[in-house]
Structures are given as C-alpha cells and as structure tokens.
Design a protein around this ligand. Structure first.
Ligand SMILES: Cc1cc2nc3c(=O)[nH]c(=O)nc-3n(C[C@H](O)[C@H](O)[C@H](O)COP(=O)(O)OP(=O)(O)OC[C@H]3O[C@@H](n4cnc5c(N)ncnc54)[C@H](O)[C@@H]3O)c2cc1C
Length: 410
C-alpha cells in the first residue's frame, strides 16, 4: 500500500505533534505523523513539564514563550487540558557575576514584553518562603511561566492538528527513509510506503540510527536523567500559593511543587550515557533503573537550599533517557545536503521549547524562509565528522554544567 503526502513527520512526542499542529495552522494539512508506539511514548510521558521563560538569548526565550502560547491555544481548540500552572520561576544567583548577568537581560525581556525582574534575597523569601537565602545574591524571577502536563500538551496539539485535517498513524514504526530519483522521500513502514515531498525527523535519540544509512552522523545521544518526587509536606500545604520552580546553579537542580510535595530534576556532575551503540529494539514506555547513590551529593545541596524537601521522604525516583546534543540546543532546520529532509530533534527541554520549535520549523517548511534568526539551532552548526567519543565528551560537559550561566563560567 502506498500513500502520498506533502509532509511526513516521524515521531509522536511533544515536538512531532507540535510540528504537525503548526503546519496545520498554516493551512498545510496534507500531512501524516507516524509514531512507532503511542503518542508521548518516548521521553515526553515522564517529563516534569517545566516550561520556563528564562533564557540567555532572545531567540531561545522566544521558543519558550511561544511554547506556552501554543499549548494554551491548542487547549482552547481541542478541549484537552494542558494543566498549565503559572507559578513562575526563580533562577538563583549564587555569585555577584550571575546577578549581573541576569540584570543585563532586563532590556531583552522588555523588548519581548515578558515579565522579568531581578529580585533581592528578601524578596525571594516572600515569593518562596521555604527557600533558604543565605549566601544568595538574588534571583531572576519570571512570574508568569511554570509547568504543564507534558502528555496533556502533546495530546492537545495532536487533537487540534487532527481537527484541522492532519493525520496521525500510531503503532507504525518507520523502518527506513530514502530520497527517490524524483526528489520525493520514501518513508517505509511495515504496512505502507509513504511518499512525501518533505520529511521531518522528530524522533529524538532514535533519529541518529535512521539517518546513518544516508551518510549522516547526527551529534545526539541519550543520557540518564533523574527526577525525585517527595511525599506531601505540611509547610507547602499551608501556603496560600504554589511556590515557583527554583533553578539552582549550586545544587544543580530544578525543584518545583508537585501537588503538596516537591519534584526535583537533578543534573549530575558525571552523567551516564544510555544506549550509545543503539536504542534497544524493544525499548518502550520504560524508565531506567534509578541510582540514588549517584544523586545523594546533589540532594544534600537541594536540602540545604530547601530544608523542608527532606521532611516527607521520597515517594518516587524516575530515571529516564533524555536526548542531548553537544551544546544542549536542538537540531532544528533543514539538512542542507539532503533537500526535503528536516530535523526537529535533539531536544533536552522539549516541553519548554517544543511548542515554539514546531512553529519555527513549520513556518520555515511552508514559506522556505526561517521566520526569525535562530542560528543557535541550525543542524549545520555541527560537522558530520564529529566522533562518538568527542560528541559524548561535549554532551557530558554541557549536561554537567546544569544551570551555570555561560558568560560567568569559570
Ligand atoms: C526525567 C526527565 C524529566 C524531564 N523534565 C523535563 C521538563 O521538566 N521540561 C522539559 O522541557 N523537558 C524535560 N525533559 C526532557 C523532555 O522529556 C524531552 O526534551 C522531550 O520529551 C522530547 O520530546 P520529543 O518529541 O523530541 O521526543 P520523544 O518524546 O522521545 O518522542 C519521540 C517519539 O518518536 C517515536 N519514534 C522513534 N523512532 C520512530 C520510528 N522509527 N518511527 C516512528 N516513530 C518513532 C518514539 O516512539 C517517540 O514517541 C525531561 C526528561 C526526563 C528524562
């Protein structure tokens, strides 16, 4: 059986569904998304859903702000809740240099019309009464961001895209892609061969393997990434507002409220790569074996900052694969050597940026021009010859830097 479409999207995580949705909004509905298992099956289903507005560059910040905008828009169109909690975020300054760097961003946020302020330790206490401010110089406060339900957001995008005419096929793994003599792309699954003018790879760390036969060496691998969820904490329950997400360069971690407990994502100093020689064929909606011993030194610091974190005990520890590129930015744009092939992969904060990234790529596909300048995500920034060891070294280095501000790095 064969099928012809204008655009085939491979992968039904938040990024693939976002591309499909954004294409549909632009009137491009001759599209087909192919997902090997179920929507959100990859990293999306277990993501914490944090969607900050904090970014060091205006263009990246726009990806973040457009994401929440698109999730809320898809929610309104589809009726599927994305559970947006606008509790805001605090990016802590543990040095004067960090505080100065945060202050320098004020004009950028004014230009973007996004609420942003640099607050003092005393102000932090009002915003987050459970946080110990000793040794802090202040924080960047983005009061209108927060977190969404990552699965809810993905399904909202998918449902809204479908309502506009886009098609989604689940349980349909793509086995091979190839460029035909007429310039179209052949996308081969068990059941059908799809011929598409454009193909978007939105299949995260699986993208490496599918393009290897094309001579492409994508610089992306998965790392193990942990999040720790606590039981209920009376002090949190007693507050009259949800506390903001705290991003702490000292821990380094992000800690937000989850119901009446905390959810903390930890950036290990020696992260462990996962499945570097290939993603296991039977890997499904699974978590990896957690390793609390590795997390302990980081959690000790989280508890120094938020002592109540230790009060309720740990309810769950999730360890999931997270996709990384050497600089931590996604691969978003055309593969110049292979016309009609587009990448929307390599996302390590795909919930935070996926909604905006879909918009960015769809506009580029439909109009042939990128909607705004964003060289930081262009796939062509990396050489095709990067060795596995060099790539992994850079990925590990980037991940382990956690929330260190680039300009104040020592
Ligand atoms: C513990 C943890 C917590 C996280 N917390 C956050 C957070 O708070 N905020 C944030 O922004 N990010 C977070 N992340 C990262 C986030 O989960 C990812 O960046 C995001 O889910 C990536 O989305 P995606 O659509 O690119 O990939 P995925 O969700 O992995 O989707 C890729 C899809 O492609 C499908 N696929 C693969 N190969 C094929 C094929 N051959 N044919 C068809 N389909 C295929 C897969 O089945 C999968 O469904 C977290 C990650 C982890 C591990």
């Amino acid at each position: 059986m064969t099928k012809h479409v204008q655009v085939a999207v491979i992968g039904g995580g938040i990024v693939g569904c976002s591309v499909l949705y954004a294409l549909a909004k632009l009137g491009c509905t001759d599209t087909l998304l192919l997902e090997k298992r179920e929507l959100t099956s990859g990293s999306t289903w277990h993501a914490a859903g944090n969607t900050t507005y904090f970014g060091h560059y205006a263009s990246i910040t726009r990806l973040f702000t457009d994401s929440i905008k698109n999730y809320l828009e898809a929610q309104a169109l589809s009726g599927q809740s994305v559970s947006f909690h606008d509790a805001g975020s605090l990016r802590l300054a543990t040095t004067q240099a960090e505080l100065d760097a945060y202050r320098k961003l004020i004009p950028m946020y004014e230009a973007l019309n996004v609420s942003y302020q640099v607050v003092s330790p005393d102000q932090i206490k009002d915003i987050h009464p459970l946080l110990v401010t000793d040794g802090l110089y202040g924080a960047a406060h983005t009061p209108t961001d927060g977190h969404v339900d990552a699965s809810g957001a993905t399904h909202a995008l998918a449902k809204a895209a479908r309502s506009m005419g886009a098609e989604i096929k689940r349980q349909c793994p793509v086995m091979k892609i190839d460029r035909c003599n007429d310039g179209k792309w052949s996308v081969i699954t068990k059941e059908i061969e799809v011929f598409a003018e454009q193909v978007v790879l939105a299949n995260s760390f699986w993208a490496r393997e599918i393009v290897l036969p094309l001579g492409l060496n994508l610089p992306l691998y998965a790392l193990e990434h942990h999040e720790v969820i606590t039981g209920d904490i009376a002090e949190l329950e007693a507050l009259d507002h949800e506390v903001p997400t705290v991003r702490d360069p000292y821990a380094p971690s992000n800690t937000r409220q989850e119901a009446n407990g905390f959810l903390c994502g930890v950036y290990e100093s020696s992260p462990v790569p996962w499945a570097v020689e290939g993603i296991p064929e039977d890997f499904a909606e699974e978590l990896l074996i957690p390793d609390l011993d590795r997390l302990e030194p980081h959690l000790v610091r989280v508890i120094e900052r938020i002592p109540t974190f230790a009060k309720a005990g740990i309810k769950a520890v999730n360890n999931g694969p997270i996709c990384y590129t050497p600089d931590g930015c996604p691969l978003l744009g055309p593969v110049l050597s292979h016309p009609g092939l587009w990448l929307a992969t390599g996302f390590c904060v795909g919930i935070g940026t996926g909604g905006g990234a879909g918009d960015f790529l769809a506009n580029w596909i439909v109009s042939g021009e990128q909607p705004y300048d964003l060289p930081i995500v262009h796939p062509s920034r990396f050489s095709n010859d990067l060795s596995q060891s060099e790539c992994l070294k850079m990925i590990i280095d980037t991940y382990s830097k956690g929330y260190i501000t680039p300009s104040v790095e020592m």
